[in-house]
Design a protein around this ligand. Structure first.
Ligand SMILES: [Zn+2]
Ligand SMILES: [Zn+2]
Length: 1245
């Protein structure tokens, strides 16, 4: 601590020699005025200048006390004249009020501005807003008073040595502090509550003439042991900062104490220059802000004293140790900003830190602390050295404390043993531990003479490092101890080589210097508000900064600013790094970079190092920035450099080219590749870059193959960039024809495909195949064909024609290449069958293709479809087609005849059943039907009879509904025109036994009921008549569609299903078919009226009924008119016994001759079936035989059907003149004897 008087004045009385005792003084809160009580006056001083502004004359007697209000608006004075005067801060009297006795002390409440005034027998409280002054009696003279910081309590120090505590209204709180000494107690002249705002407890400091300094809590208890003082105190004042107490009285001195009462030092005494205290110090006032006090003495002196505390601190690397508030030490980690505080509670004189040791010098001892562990911030006491030595400088090493007193240096162990002493030539200005082994550390010492010495603790002889002409202010040695930097008194920073003592460089404007602890070549120095970072001999990098550099750790510069604040400034090392880079000193640049540079700097370092092929450094740099690409490149170079040594210039060039390429400097890279004789690498690079033109430039001496490869790469690229045509062109050029064609094909560019087709020949198999595929897909038949032809792929060609239905071309081809017949005919047949419905031709082609069974399969599939889709008419038709096919197969494949024939019959039957069921289906599913009830009636019976199997209606092919058939039959039978009520009942009965769809149930129920109202009989007129035996048949016939009597199958007209009046006959054995035909065709001998003609007339007159007469009689009543045939039949029928099977009537040549050709119908079934001959017993209506299916129809119906449908209703064969219409003309010779369907095909093959 140092003190100095700022100003000093002496207040004198009326004559110069009579000094006025200064009784009290106070600062205005702003620190501008000092109010002094001197004699009868209240003197106002200018606190800065120390001049008297005013001497207020309001009191008539000695003024004992003054006090400024805390708001700074007024101050008060109290005097022996028993008056209290309140003055404005301008010095104008505001209020005056009296006490009974002289006023001893004053205290303004810091919160309420209440003024407490203490007198001999009472104290008063006055507030500006209060009307009255309140007075409180006290038992003894009040010698001092003070308000607590919160303004709640007032402490009164009494002359009896008692302290009384009052609340803010003046009431006694009953807390009473009695000072030691009993009845002989001494007055309490000084007391004050501590101004600490953050302390939870109010602390009252008390000083009395027991020469004790004591501290109490609000409840009256002691805080700590009393502290002895060396004088009789008259006053005690806390600094506003609460750091210090100032106290004085006897002894002509005033002293500074810690707030705990530890004396720090004397502020002023008799030796103090300018002030020369020559009497008791009677009063004092600390400055509200500064470390300064004004004091007043009994001899009238008023002086302002400034107090300064030297900076007490130490630094080791990033640990900064400094004193705060004179009693505390803070250790700060400059990089992490962590701080720890060590409280010593007494004045700290010096601190020093080195490695894990911390030395704190107090008044009479040195404390050595040790770090718990290297990285922590926790210190524990290591040892305590009792010694009371004042020294200039103090440093600590691992095992010693080094004291430095003027020119003497002393090493003392922690046990307090002085180990060694060095006496140097002149006083020591600077000392620094520069490291070394434990207990043998080196000290760098700068003397005022300008000499720099190195002192080893274990060596009595200092080593001279260098001698400078000027005193040295600051110095530092580089981490490797190779260089030393000093700052001299002329602010020059000089760097020397330790070994050679050679001056390496010097820099002006320095106040301090520090080497980087991590880098031998780098230092920093400060001065003129600038921080300089200097690496090697490069120009210094500068940045703004004020203060002193004291350390340089990596990229952090530690800087001591004003008020001993230490800051850590992060300095970028980029500048230094680039300086090294410029000089291509990569290793140094890397080392600097390691101290801390940005990613960009690392990248630049990496790049430049890589350029210089400094792979190791480049690698480290790119590792920092995690640049995997570059690391990969380096790795690859390293790998390759094993085979191609990097020392070889050509290899170097190549690697550098690689690097340039990686960096995107392609043309540069290419040039370097060329220089290195690696054109191909340049080409590859450009190819990879899709810079094909450039690539080509470097393909000068490459082979054709390589060039093509390039083009195809280019093409691949073009493809990916959607430039398909270009790509294709390039692929073609590159000989990658397939790829080219693929692109054309995928983009349906048939023009290009055609263009390319020209260039292809048989050898280009794959290309042609691809072309043909695309042409085919694109419907380009001609080109596809061309491709196949070029390929010589006949099968492909045929398939192509087939696929395109280009039948003519296909047939043309087959003509020349018969081996492909099947490949054409079969699909053609299928085409015909499935798409054209032309089964005759289809069948023929199936046969031609040798796929007869296929024909069947196709048809069967179609049939099945038709059934599934309820297209029963079609189903019937397809079954007929199937039957026709079977018979054909039976004919051509003799070995299969039997099987085929049985199939034929089965298909024929199915054909008729579906054909008829169509009508039933339409009747039940559609509300209107074109069929007459009589027709439906017949149809249903025909159908039911077809279902008969061993007496049951059990043969029901898929899709055919027995229910529908019975229902239809029932309804028709109930029709009054038919009136077959018995049959209707039978039908309904059958329906009851069947499971009936719900939709029909109601109509069945109604029908069943209503038919019950009808007679249980059938209208005889509807009962069928057999035209052979002329017997009536039951409506439901157990033999089905054959006569129950003569067993002749009924011949139905296949439209109305009337039974045709035909009698079948066969020529007697020995008469061939042709002869029979011949005989029949002969005109019979004229023998009167033609009986059939007559009948016709009868029918015309009497209608249908007439024919039904005479059931049991032979037709015709004119025996003479009976023809030979008629007679034969009658005879045959008469002799007809019970027969199990049916046999046609055999007729002789004579009878054949006698037959009218027009009365004969021939069903000319295909081989192997026999033709069937029928004689028309009645010729009432002409009958037509379809020349295709050989089914018979009433000609009228046939014509109608032909007109409306254009073909046979059953076989759908277009009606032709070949269809025989009996009773109009004969069908005996009209036919050519060949199956009519054959005619179609002759034209084709
Ligand atoms: Zn019969
Ligand atoms: Zn037909």
């Amino acid at each position: 601590m140092k003190t100095a008087s700022v100003w000093c004045d002496i207040l004198t009385g009326k004559n110069e020699s009579s000094a006025k005792t200064v009784h009290d003084m106070c600062y205005s809160p702003d620190g501008a005025q000092v109010i002094v009580a001197a004699g009868n006056h209240v003197v106002i001083y200018d606190a800065i200048e120390g001049t008297v502004i005013n001497a207020l004359k309001g009191h008539k007697d000695t003024v004992y006390c003054v006090e400024y209000a805390k708001d700074g608006k007024r101050f008060a004075s109290g005097s022996a004249d028993k008056q209290v005067i309140i003055w404005s801060n301008k010095g104008e009297g505001i209020v005056k009020y009296p006490h009974n006795d002289s006023i001893q002390c004053l205290a303004y409440n810091p919160v309420t501005q209440q003024l407490a005034s203490g007198a001999i027998s009472d104290f008063a409280l006055w507030a500006p807003e209060a009307k009255n002054v309140t007075r409180n009696k006290v038992p003894a003279r009040i010698t001092s008073c003070s308000w607590t910081n919160d303004g709640q309590y007032l402490a009164l120090g009494l002359a009896t040595g008692v302290i009384s505590l009052r609340n803010k209204n003046g009431d006694d709180t009953k807390v009473k502090i009695e000072r030691p000494g009993g009845s002989s107690s001494l007055p309490i002249w000084a007391l004050q509550w501590s101004p600490a705002k953050d302390d939870s407890q109010d602390i009252l400091a008390v000083a009395d003439w027991n020469r004790k300094l004591s501290f109490y809590r609000l409840n009256g208890t002691s805080v700590s042991k009393d502290v002895d003082i060396r004088f009789d105190p008259l006053f005690l004042k806390f600094f506003a900062s609460n750091d210090f107490i100032v106290c004085g009285g006897s002894g002509n001195a005033v002293s500074l104490f810690t707030k705990e009462g530890k004396e720090i030092g004397v502020i002023a005494d008799s030796k103090t220059p300018n002030v020369l205290v020559d009497s008791w110090v009677t009063c004092c006032a600390p400055h509200p802000e500064e470390n300064a006090v004004v004091i007043g003495t009994a001899s009238g002196k008023v002086a302002k004293m400034a107090i300064t505390f030297s900076t007490v601190h130490g630094l080791y690397r990033e640990r900064y140790v400094y004193r705060v508030g004179v009693t505390d030490v803070i250790v700060q980690h400059l990089l992490t900003s962590d701080k720890v505080r060590i409280r010593c509670k007494e004045l700290i004189k010096k601190v020093a830190v080195y490695k894990n040791k911390l030395a704190i010098q107090l008044n009479s001892r040195i404390l050595i602390y040790e770090l718990n562990d290297a990285d922590s911030m926790t210190y524990r006491i290591h040892s305590m050295m009792h010694m009371n030595i004042d020294c200039n400088l103090l440093v600590v090493t691992c095992e010693h404390v080094i004291l430095c007193m003027e020119s003497k240096l002393q090493s003392i162990t922690f046990d307090g043993v002085t180990e060694r002493e060095w006496i140097l030539d002149s006083s020591i200005r600077y000392i620094k531990v520069i490291g070394g082994a434990k207990g043998r550390e080196g000290l760098l010492v700068a003397l005022s003479s300008g000499q720099v010495l190195l002192v080893y603790i274990d060596n009595p002889f200092p080593i001279s490092v260098l001698k400078h002409s000027l005193p040295i202010r600051c110095l530092d040695m580089s981490s490797q101890r190779k260089k030393i930097a000093i700052v001299d008194e002329e602010n020059m920073c000089l760097v020397f080589d330790v070994k050679t003592k050679e001056l390496l460089y010097q820099e002006p404007n320095a106040n301090s210097v520090a080497w980087n602890t991590h880098n031998e070549e780098m230092l920093c120095f400060s001065g003129k508000d600038t921080l300089n970072i200097k690496a090697s001999t490069f120009p210094a990098h500068q940045q703004k900064m004020s203060g002193y550099v004291v350390g340089f750790c990596g990229s952090n510069v530690f800087c001591l600013g004003s008020a001993s604040t230490m800051t850590s400034v992060e300095v970028p090392q980029s500048a230094a790094m680039y300086q090294y880079l410029e000089r291509k000193e990569f290793r140094s640049a890397y080392e600097v970079a390691c101290l801390g540079v940005t990613d960009t700097d690392w990248t630049n370092l990496g790049k430049q190092a890589l350029d210089a092929l400094q792979l190791e450094i480049a690698k480290q740099a790119f590792k920092k920035t995690r640049n995997l690409t570059m690391l990969e490149l380096i790795h690859s170079i390293e790998e390759r450099s094993r085979r191609n040594p990097i020392t070889e210039p050509n290899n170097q060039m190549m690697f550098q080219a690689d690097i340039a390429a990686y960096r995107g400097e392609f043309s540069n890279a290419a040039k370097m590749y060329r220089k290195a004789g690696q054109d191909n690498r340049a080409a590859t690079m450009y190819t990879d870059l899709r810079m094909f033109k450039e690539a080509q430039e470097f393909m000068g001496d490459s082979t054709e193959k390589e060039k093509k490869e390039l083009i195809s790469k280019q093409a691949e690229w073009a493809k990916t960039t959607n430039d398909a045509l270009t790509a294709a062109t390039m692929f073609w050029e590159a000989g990658q024809r397939l790829k080219a064609l693929e692109i054309y094909g995928e983009s349906r560019n048939y023009n290009e495909l055609q263009n390319k087709l020209i260039f292809l020949d048989k050898a280009d198999k794959n290309e042609l195949k691809l072309c043909s595929r695309y042409f085919k897909e694109g419907g380009q038949l001609a080109y596809a064909a061309e491709a196949y032809q070029k390929l010589g792929d006949k099968k492909g060609l045929v398939d192509l024609f087939v696929q395109f239905h280009s039948w003519e071309q296909a047939f043309e081809f087959v003509r020349n290449n018969p081996e492909f017949k099947e490949d054409v005919f079969f699909p053609y047949a299928k085409h015909l069958a499935e798409e054209q419905g032309d089964f005759e031709r289809a069948q023929e082609f199936f046969f031609k293709a040798g796929k007869e069974e296929e024909a069947g399969k196709v048809l069967e599939a179609l049939t099945k479809n038709a059934v599934d889709q309820n297209r029963f008419e079609d189903a019937g038709f397809f079954y007929w087609k199937l039957s026709a096919m079977c018979i054909k197969m039976a004919c051509t494949h003799g070995e299969k005849e039997q099987a085929m024939m049985s199939k034929y019959y089965s298909f024929q039957k199915l054909a008729t059943m579906y054909y008829t069921f169509h009508a039933v289906h339409r009747y039940t599913e559609e509300p209107f039907t074109s069929h007459l009830p009589e027709v439906l009636f017949s149809i249903c019976r025909f159908l039911l009879h077809s279902m008969l199997e061993k007496g049951h209606f059990s043969f029901v092919p898929k899709g055919i509904s027995k229910v529908a058939t019975f229902l239809t039959l029932a309804k028709q039978s109930s029709n009054p025109n038919i009136a077959a009520y018995k049959l209707a009942r039978q039908a309904y009965d059958n329906l009851q036994r069947l499971s009936v769809p719900v939709k029909h149930q109601e109509s069945i129920d109604i029908g069943t009921l209503s038919v019950k109202a009808k007679p249980c009989s059938d209208n005889a007129e509807v009962e069928p008549l057999c035209f052979r035996c002329l017997q009536k048949n039951p409506l439901l016939n157990r033999l089905g569609n054959s006569c129950v009597n003569c067993k002749q199958p009924f011949n139905f007209s296949f439209i109305g299903f009337e039974i045709l009046p035909l009698v079948e006959f066969v020529p007697e054995s020995g008469i061939s078919r042709d002869e029979a035909m011949q005989l029949i065709s002969l005109e019979p001998p004229k023998s009167g009226k033609k009986p059939n003609q007559d009948r016709d007339l009868i029918r015309q007159e009497n209608g249908y009924e007439q024919l039904r007469l005479g059931d049991d009689e032979p037709l015709g009543d004119e025996g003479d008119d009976e023809s030979a045939m008629e007679r034969l039949i009658n005879t045959e029928m008469m002799s007809l016994g019970a027969q199990d099977s049916y046999e046609a009537i055999r007729v002789s040549r004579d009878i054949l001759k006698s037959l009218e050709p027009t009365a004969v119908l021939v069903q000319k079934w295909d081989e192997p079936l026999q033709w069937q001959f029928h004689w028309m017993r009645l010729r009432t209506q002409p009958i037509t035989v379809c020349s295709s299916c050989q089914f018979m129809f009433l000609t009228d119906d046939w014509f109608l059907a032909s007109l409306s449908k254009g073909h046979c209703p059953f076989c759908r064969r277009t009606s032709s003149r070949n269809d025989h219409i009996a009773s109009t003309n004969s069908n005996l010779y009209v036919q050519n004897g060949l199956p009519s369907s054959n005619g179609y095909l002759n034209g084709i093959l």
